[in-house]
Ligand binder design. Sequence first.
Ligand SMILES: C=C(O[C@@H]1C=C(C(=O)O)C=C[C@H]1O)C(=O)O
Length: 415
Amino acid sequence: MLSVQTDTGISIFEGLQIEELWHASKMMGFPSALWRLPHTNEIKLLISIQDGTRKCMPELEKMSPGFVISTFYWENDQEVLFLEGDIILTFSEDNRITRIENQLGEEHPEVKRLVQIALTESSGQNQQQVPASPLLPLSDHLDAKSRFERTVELAVAAIRQNQFKKVVLSRTKDLRYTDAFQPAQAFQRLVKAYPHAFVSLVNLPEENELWLGASPELLVEQMSGGTFKTMSLAGTQGARDASGALIPKYDIRWGEKEIEEQALVSRYIIECFKKIRLREYLETGPKTVLAGNLYHLRTVFEVDTVALNFPELASVMLRLLHPTSAICGVPKAPSLQFINDVEGYNRSYYSGFLGPAQVGGDTHLFVNLRTVRFKDGIATFFAGAGITEDSVPEQEWFETELKCDTLLKVIGSSL
Ligand SMILES: C=C(O[C@@H]1C=C(C(=O)O)C=C[C@H]1O)C(=O)O
């Protein structure tokens, strides 16, 4: 167990909890990020005190510790948003601080004020009760359904005319939330519900937005020991039967459509490796994996960047991979153009990428899926589905409903 003592004795952060610090940081207008990596039980809270959100080129191996977030539309020569890791706190599962990385020192006036506000929170002065409220979709459900199904029909027609092979179409679902909604508590609930996911909550004060998500899809990972990883994740089935019981993994059978859809993503990743003449990678899968209330097909690709003397592989692959055919389409250019033409809304950070860079020497960027944006009293859920020649519009709609449910089922009652 790591000590939380500083050179001068017990840290001023001692005894504070995630919710109190999150709320204090939000009140002070500091960009911040909370996350929990898949299959781990540590939660990290990063607070960016000095510069607000900056922009930088994602040269991952050269960056200082921080948190990266990018929109779906990202040209390779563009900068992405970066939250500098002025303070990075590690919490155990039971909400105790186990590690403090503070670049500014405990005497820094902003750090002291942050802690002061968090202490006020902890004494219960600002605690609010979360009332149960009915969930009322803001947009007309039937209208949204027929609009989405129409875009799927258009995509199937375009695929039959050989404009492209696959396109991922998405849509949004808006709900109201009240001031009593506690995002850090919702984050904690997702952490408990989805041990396999990358659970994150990001506060972007300049945009007046919060993004909460539980992503199943790794885009690039670079560990300090040299291992690089990426994955192809596609093909979707509900994981529960009519009575709500989890269907065992070994009972799951995949159709031709899903197998082909996922194989297209794997092939796309291999094409990216080929572009840089990288032949030494380990490919594992496809395997059936659980992601919340869904099953997907997943293949993992691993590279030993030390053996290949290729320390910048993650940055190179990020540029080549994004947007992958798991969230855009095949071939990339015409499917991206199609999304632009027919989707009819701005994806913003949905299906972009996000995650810690160089925190403890490791970088983990995930595709921003199973995500919700909180802004001006409206919670916007985002979900998409891969469309191929064999797609049935109504089934694709239900797939997006199931994907929205990943978050709604866990946090819906507290909105
Ligand atoms: C587009 C989403 O998910 C992606 C699309 C999938 C599919 O089409 O089957 C499966 C997993 C993800 O790669 C989403 O969750 O919004």
